[in-house]
Unconditional design. Sequence first.
Length: 258
Amino acid sequence: MTQLPFFKYQATGNDFILLDNTSNDINHSVDLAKKLCDRKFGIGSDGLIVIQNHPDYDFEMVFYNPDGSQSLCGNGSRCAVNFAKKLGLISSSTTFLAHDGPHEASILEDGIVKLKMSDVHSVREMDDGIFIDTGSPHLVDFVFNHKTINVFKEGKSIRNNNTFKEKGVNVNFVEVEGNTIHVRTYERGVEDETLSCGTGVTAAALASSGKGLKSPIAIKTKGGELEVAFQKVSETEFKNIYLIGPALEVFTGVIELN
Ligand SMILES: N[C@@H](CCC[C@H](N)C(=O)O)C(=O)O
């Protein structure tokens, strides 16, 4: 039996298991992610994040979905930044490596993390909505009824249709209210609705600029409030994109592995 210490974080209700692998002694894998993220037989979370040293950056964040697939996680990145501070790897600002490349971030007051996202160079109108890759692939579907929509059923059906079947897609249902948007997301890799998705609300905010909303855009999710700020270069190009919101430690523990 091996004893594995873990840390549980949440960022607007998107919850993650964080592991400190700076000593390089954790053999992380698809199987470990599946085991730990399982809500019945494991710790339970929307993803596993492993923090490790990197020669060129303050740290590297390796993210796994509960099914073991990998991508960028916006909310998870904000948790990783606060965790890196706890581990003494950074003070209040950092550049770290994630799945889609390097990211800058800073910790504001009360644990709020401001994360710089990669520039976006393409926005595609598709049959089911607007497609934007914000480090993870997202479809944005504008609706008039975010409260009553069946996110699991509708999201799963779009995620599994022929266009997206191979790689999958995250599906965001977005309702505009002034300069605020309400966002509910079906997440690929979790294969369910999560309380919030960072790359999803970012895609939703950028798509909303096409409806006249101005940066910064306030976001309401089931798990809490976020803000997305950006510079719009053209209808399909955005830079200086920031995702801002809370990321908090919830509990720590030790799990035994065979
Ligand atoms: N919850 C995340 C997104 C995680 C990745 C996504 N499920 C995918 O595989 O595309 C976020 O906060 O961005």
